[in-house]
Design a protein around this ligand. Sequence first.
Ligand code: NAD
Ligand code: UDP
Length: 316
Amino acid sequence: MATRSHPRALVAGGAGFLGSHLCERLLERGSEVICVDNFQTGAADNVQHLLAHPGFSLLAHDVTTPLEAEVDCIFNLACPASPLHYREDPVQTVRTSVIGTLNLLELARRGNARILQASTSEVYGDPAEHPQQEGYHGNVNPIGPRACYDEGKRCAETLCFDYHRQHGLRTKVARIFNTYGPRMRPDDGRVVSNFIVQALRGQPLTLYGDGAQTRSFCYVDDLIEGLLGLMDSPDDFCGPVNLGNPAEFTVGELAEQVLRLTGSSSGIRYLPLPEDDPVRRQPDIGLARNTLGWTPATPLEDGLKRTIAYFNQVLR
Ligand code: NAD
Ligand code: UDP
């Protein structure tokens, strides 16, 4: 059904991995979509199949520069998400999260639009509480190599809540946990795409540390439903709300699953653990369940099979 309350949507970062799936789903629901992207980590190819849709437009633009558009709702997904890429130009990463979010909040304020900020489990840093609930304030190293991303996203959350309190803006913050699926770049650098690409190419899987660190992996389709549910939630619900799949795996277990599902004879290559790499990560999704009625439906094995099928196509 069309989203009658907010038929015109702007998706910043819409040509990226999550953004391209979101644009697709919004069009399916009957929204018009303006996709805004500077193509730092995304690509026009990701939304090529949407260009012929009459409700879709693609705008090459960097959100660190103010923009004008008449829209009912804004999804801010603009920001490189892979540690490999956000560390390449850490100053630009901070600029994107802080100045980019500020520009989009101003756009929302001028047009009285709703705005959803794609925040991250990284705001919890290397968490001292497990699983992570939204009330936990986190354990982030403010001067480490991951800080450009973690602190940038924390400041973006602050801006959302200040715009809500100061200007009455309808803001919504989603704390997204590790999400994977088709349209990740083969050179994205995150663990699921790295392992699958390496397994399919017969290269050793690069395991950082001893593989005992954990992550909770959410399939992209589930995550997108969570974002839409949050945007559709009552005006007074700002979050923050955790969106992720609570099934927790060690990175070593993920490597084993990928090897088994690809039938690859690749071995494992142990590499040093990057600085400040969180030891454990698992969302408590009680709030999302209770307020949005949202729960992820795709087990890791099923999501991995679909992602492997995708990479099998693109690596040919
Ligand atoms: P991605 O790198 O594929 O997508 C980010 C998109 O933003 C890209 O298309 C990129 O070109 C664009 N972008 C970056 N800087 C920009 C700028 N200054 N102006 C305009 N566009 C810009 O990453 P993704 O996995 O799709 O993540 C999307 C969002 O979700 C990010 O904000 C990320 O922080 C957040 N998130 C993702 C995950 C995940 O596991 N995928 C987890 C937590 C949070
Ligand atoms: N990782 C790994 N090999 C890789 C890429 C990542 O072992 O080729 C590890 C990484 O050290 C981390 C986990 O997998 O412990 C998840 O890393 P990713 O970059 O996907 O996301 P994040 O660290 O931001 O959760």
